[in-house]
Design a protein around this ligand. Structure first.
Ligand code: AMP
Ligand code: GLY
Length: 434
């Protein structure tokens, strides 16, 4: 089987690493990839993932049997639709389903139509500011204001007072801090509770959930500081008890997949449900239409079975043959090593030392895999940093021994170094029962 993976982060490294373990995979390409992914796949550095025509050209020329789309932007650009038209099997939803992530207003209205539990909300455009102000007057605070469109994870602002809410609305509508993404806003109720990420693999009809995980989105220990793309993750997350997972399946995932079918929005791939859990019940914070990063780096290693066959089955409507999905009875922790200054400005091109200890290729049930997020080879062939989040250092350990798995992951982090490396010191601690 010949596979093309689109994307360049640690998520795509984890996807390639897992695909590489499949005996049926004869050729694995990744576009554009990074220096770590190059250890598992052949890079196609000049292929632009959002350029559907080039992706199709490559897929047909190279007789690709499956395209796996990692990030949301190619999905929102309709790359999956066009591959489907050319009968190239693709793991990833159509554009009119990817809008679940690309438009927060759409996703709230979708949840409303299909009776899916989420925070109460209203949607406003710039000409509706008077109505929005009336709405803000009667809202409880804190409240949440979100830009409608894709804003690289920065489009969500929590406001403590009505005055702050009005200022925020002005920032979005008048000063256009989110540009086009802020043409519409969602104002919603603030949900208390604890967040978790639940992924479902689906062919549009059948589905199964993967092991629930928790992300650590804030920059500093204790969940303080700025929001980031994610500083680490662990799985399984005990906050998602079997009863809560069952509720998420019945009240969120199943009505979502049913609603997508009813509205004729083809969904083959991964549905990511970000939930807020309080008093034993989950409500939706957001949908994403692809694997989460860094959650993928802990969830994918825990999945048993042939990953290539499972993803192809999602793409071709045959997932049922693989259900229920099986998982290793283990714990996984990933720690993001970032460049000093991330998520603001930072330097790149720093040489990374200590990577040689870690073998990326072996199937690990217990051990360490270092997934690369932003690395490249310099002219001398050294691996150097090339972005904000640089590495995602992942340990797999025994079930019920999360503390030991956390220690294994940090021991690996301590063996790796680059100038200005920053990481959180408390990844996974919220999973340890008091
Ligand atoms: P989103 O991009 O919608 O996932 O929002 C980013 C983050 O903002 C989430 O991961 C939550 O931590 C927080 N958030 C978003 N919506 C709400 C809400 N209604 N109540 C509480 N926190 C929220
Ligand atoms: N971990 C959050 C995201 O992938 O959006």
């Amino acid at each position: 089987m010949r596979i093309l993976v689109l994307g360049s982060g640690a998520r795509e490294h984890a996807i390639c690493w897992k695909l590489k373990q499949s005996p049926i995979v004869t050729q694995l390409y990744c576009a554009p990839g990074n220096a770590g992914i190059a250890q598992a796949a052949e890079l196609v550095s000049d292929l632009v993932a959002t350029d559907a025509k080039s992706v199709i050209g490559f897929a047909l020329r190279e007789r690709i049997d499956l395209v796996v789309i990692g990030p949301e932007t190619p999905l929102a650009a309709g790359v999956a639709d066009m591959l489907d038209e050319e009968h190239v099997p693709v793991f990833g939803p159509h554009r009119n389903a990817a809008i679940l992530e690309a438009s927060k207003a759409f996703s709230k209205e979708f949840m409303h139509r299909h009776n899916i539990p989420t925070a109460r909300y209203a949607v406003f455009t710039a000409p509706e500011q008077l109505e929005a102000r009336t709405f803000l007057r009667h809202l409880n605070y804190p409240a949440v204001i979100k830009a409608d469109g894709l804003a690289a994870g920065k489009g969500v602002i929590i406001v403590e007072t009505e005055a702050e809410a009005i200022d925020t609305m002005d920032d979005i509508f008048s000063r256009r801090i989110f540009g086009e993404a802020g043409t519409r806003i969602v104002i919603e109720e603030f949900m208390e509770g604890e967040e978790a990420s639940v992924f479902a693999l689906t062919d549009g009809i059948d589905y199964d959930t993967l092991i629930p995980a928790q992300d650590h989105k804030r920059l500093l220990d204790g969940d303080r500081g700025k929001n980031t793309g994610g500083m680490g993750a662990y799985a399984p997350a005990p906050i998602v008890t079997p009863a809560i997972l069952e509720q998420i399946r019945r009240e969120i995932i199943e009505p979502t997949l049913r609603g997508l079918r009813e509205e004729n929005r083809p969904y083959k791939g991964l549905l990511y449900v970000g939930v807020m859990i309080k008093n034993g019940r989950a409500r939706v914070v957001e949908y994403n239409v692809r694997f989460g990063d860094p959650e993928a780096q802990v969830v994918i290693p825990l999945l048993q079975g042939d990953f290539a066959e499972i993803l192809l089955a999602c793409a071709t409507g045959r997932l049922k043959e693989h259900l229920p999905l099986k998982h290793f009875d283990a714990t996984a922790v990933t720690i993001v090593m970032a460049s000093q200054g991330y998520p603001e400005s930072y330097e790149t091109g720093k040489m990374i030392e200590g990577l040689d200890h870690f073998n990326q290729q072996r199937e690990i049930e217990h051990g360490v895999a270092v997934f690369h997020a932003a690395t490249k080879l310099d002219e001398l062939g050294h691996i150097v940093t090339s972005g904000g989040r640089v590495l995602s250092v992942t340990a797999i350990g025994y079930a019920d021994e999360l503390q030991q798995t956390i220690t294994t992951a940090y021991n690996a982090v301590h063996e790796i170094s680059f100038d200005g490396a920053y990481y959180r010191a408390d990844i996974g601690h919220k999973g340890i029962k008091a």
